[in-house]
Design a protein around this ligand. Structure first.
Ligand SMILES: *[C@@H]1O[C@H](CO)[C@@H](O)[C@H](O)[C@H]1NC(C)=O
Ligand SMILES: *[C@@H]1O[C@H](CO)[C@@H](O)[C@H](O)[C@H]1NC(C)=O
Length: 413
């Protein structure tokens, strides 16, 4: 008994005691976002990215951008982590500027926008008036559901995305917007929302995942008339048959979230497949190149810290769902590397941006990389929150503490 507990404690010690200092990283995040919040206090423009060498984020983001919810989401996470009312007041004020987006039927990202703002607001304040906004947003996304194909139409067709007449375009990222549908189903009792999300998830398994675990496609075009697949391609990654890192991170996060809502084993299985591919294809420092198949041995290719942050949060969720310690360790390895001077927004003396990370890739093909990205920061805080307070971690931590106490008791007798 004694020996068993001792070895158990030692294993836990080895596994869970790392150099990564949560409190130090939280203080750093607070410092950076205090500067940013001050800068945006009387400014209702929107931010998305930032040049590391500028003291201000780029404020030219359109109010109709898909990214307008993430700054509010970051403020809500800071409130959750600090319990400081300052962040709550900032978040409440900022989210009013995007309230109208609950009616947006023009693309699939109403899920990202409303869940990172009003979704967090509901969870953290318990104010039930936010429920109606979430349900309305789900109705908006439901208008994009194409029954014949069984999927949400992510984008309308346009020259910019090579969508032609009769296409129903679905991007891997769309998995992230299903959280809205599952949440709205639970809040309203309208099961249609959940059924649509389940069908979309099943279609993603069928069509986005490649055979034999060869990563995922970014875009699948269905035929509006027949519902069959027309073609598959990559909008944001390196090549049609490559795996764009953030796309895979969205898929991983989306499937573990779909599992949390539905407890469907297949969704968990595909989250694990996505995780395996992601981790197996990382470079030595755990931060992915923007695409897993880009020619980084031949020519400089940028990393994507945002994909790393999203994946670290998803891996912690996966640890909680499966109890497999490897996912916790993988998440921790990613977090440790992210907070090294290599990727921190205070990592070089020339950096001035009040962000948490630099070296995010927005869109490599458009030359938009090595920048701060708002959702990279937000998902890092999500991960930090789960790493410190998430029930999965806490349970393991409590087991470890109990083990330690028992060993001491046995030593005394
Ligand atoms: C549930 O939501 C769907 C999609 O918006 C809608 O068509 C349907 O009328 C709703 N059902 C109820 C009972 O409100
Ligand atoms: C991170 O971005 C900076 C420029 O801001 C660049 O000099 C550096 O090489 C990038 N790091 C990596 C690993 O690509």
């Amino acid at each position: 008994m004694n020996v068993l507990l001792l070895s158990f404690t030692l294993i836990n010690l080895l596994v869970f005691c790392k150099s990564f200092d949560v409190h130090q990283e939280l203080s750093y995040a607070i410092r950076q976002y205090s500067l940013l919040a001050k800068n945006l206090e009387d400014d209702d423009r929107f931010i998305y990215t930032g040049d590391p060498n500028n003291a201000e984020w780029d404020k030219s983001t359109d109010s109709m951008s898909w990214t307008v919810g993430f700054y509010t989401g970051t403020l809500w996470k800071l409130y959750k982590l600090t319990k400081d009312d300052y962040w709550k007041q900032q978040a409440l004020r900022k989210q009013e500027t995007i309230r109208h987006r609950q009616f947006d039927e023009s693309n699939h990202d109403v899920g990202f926008i409303i869940m990172s703002s009003f979704g967090n607001a509901l969870t953290l304040t318990g104010d039930k008036s936010f429920e109606a906004i979430i349900i309305q947003a789900a109705h908006s996304l439901a208008t994009r559901y194409h029954s014949k194909s069984g999927v949400f139409r992510s984008w309308d067709n346009g020259a910019w995305n090579s969508g032609v007449d009769g296409d129903v375009l679905v991007i891997a990222d769309n998995m992230m917007n299903l959280d809205l549908m599952f949440t709205a189903a639970a809040l309203s009792g309208n099961e249609t929302f959940a059924q649509m999300a389940i069908s979309h998830s099943e279609k993603t398994i069928e069509n986005h995942f490649r055979e034999n675990g060869q990563g995922v496609f970014h875009v699948v075009a269905f035929d509006e008339t027949t519902g069959n697949v027309r073609r598959k391609f990559n909008y944001q990654g390196y090549a049609d048959d490559s795996t764009w890192a953030r796309g895979l991170a969205w898929v991983l996060h989306g499937f573990v979230t779909a599992y949390e809502h539905t407890k469907t084993r297949t969704f968990l299985e595909y989250a694990e497949r996505a995780a395996e591919y992601f981790v197996d294809h990382l470079p030595e420092d755990w931060i992915p190149y923007y695409d897993f198949d880009c020619p980084f041995t031949e020519v400089y290719q940028p990393r994507d810290t945002s994909a790393a942050a999203i994946a670290s949060h998803a891996l912690l969720k996966l640890f909680k769902a499966t109890g497999k310690v490897k996912y916790f360790q993988q998440a921790e390895n990613i977090l440790e590397s992210l907070v090294s001077p290599n990727y921190r927004a205070d990592g070089k003396s020339s950096y001035k941006i009040p962000a948490i990370f630099v070296n995010g890739t927005v869109f490599f093909n458009a030359g938009n990389f090595n920048t701060a990205i708002i959702y990279g920061d937000m998902y890092f805080l999500e991960a930090l929150d789960m790493y410190t307070t998430g029930s999965g971690y806490k349970n393991t931590f409590i087991t470890w503490m109990l083990g330690l106490i028992f060993v001491h008791i046995f030593r005394i007798f």
